[in-house]
Design a protein around this ligand. Sequence first.
Ligand code: GLO
Ligand code: MG
Length: 344
Amino acid sequence: MEKYGYRFSFGPWNIHSGADPFGPPVRAERSFADKLGQYRGLGFDAVQFHDDDAVPGLDELTPLQIRRRARKVKRQIDDAGLLAEFVAPRLWESPRTVDGAYTANDPEARRYAIERTKRAADIAHELGTDLMVLWLAREGTYMRESKDPVRATGQLLEAVNTILDYAPAIRIAIEPKPNEPMDLAYIPTMGHALALGSQSSDPKRMGVLMESAHSVLAGLDPSDEIGFAMSFGKLWSVHLNDQNGLKFDQDRSFGAVDLRRAFNQVKVLDENRFYDVGMVGLDVKAIRTQPFERDAEHLTNSLRVFLRLLELSRSLDRAAVQSLIDARDYEQLDWLIISHLLGG
Ligand code: GLO
Ligand code: MG
């Protein structure tokens, strides 16, 4: 498969048992080793990790034990011919972080969140990656009056500064999302994430990860969110997927809902040479109806869509586009793009 210099990644959670908030698993859970064995065959190069994807049960382990176990995982990914793209601390599942992690009102919860993030940085180090992703899942409110937004923003800043200080080799990419699980999240968009990074103690090491579904949930266009971050050299990873309007986070296959929107994401990434900067992560989930034996097709489909759209972006008649822009004939430009997407 020609991949044009792009490298592709996904996380172990992207092959999953189909459980949702309204029903239990409908497919057997595959082991980590089983998933790892599938990456190459599916056309992927790298693994995105939660800290506990790499070291399950890390809350019960000492820092030394965590490092040792992470080292074993490094050997597993090496043997599978894979890289680790990033490690993300999973701060939203512990009973301790029900009210937030870095912005929890309980100081004990905040301490736990920081310690856990330090362990995630240790794991990243052992897995050979310098990238940490922060999806700030529960940093926000269910109840408006329960937290102070000024204080919460200060706490987020303090948290990233603590990590930057603890792990001098680590770069942090914030993955903004406007809601779910919270009603209202504190870092809902690219702009918020970049602003926070710019106020940190080491702005050079603060960037972003853009997820298509999250941008759509914020009422924004994913390609503009990509472009905004890329204009500052701050887009370090992506979670491409798709989303049918303003509802629960669907993590549909890339391009499954809106091919033109997907095309524009690929176009802006490629025009700005994203392949030199980062990997293309596909944060997609198989729908609940999918049978166990075919539980990775959403990943192959998403990758194929990316590559097909890449070819379409590169074969777009840019001179024709420019002359329509010059003539301000955007209706004809509309047709040019649509007919190109329809195969000419
Ligand atoms: C959920 C997020 C989630 C993160 C992952 C990495 O909406 O997209 O899947 O990307 O936990 O931090
Ligand atoms: Mg994501």
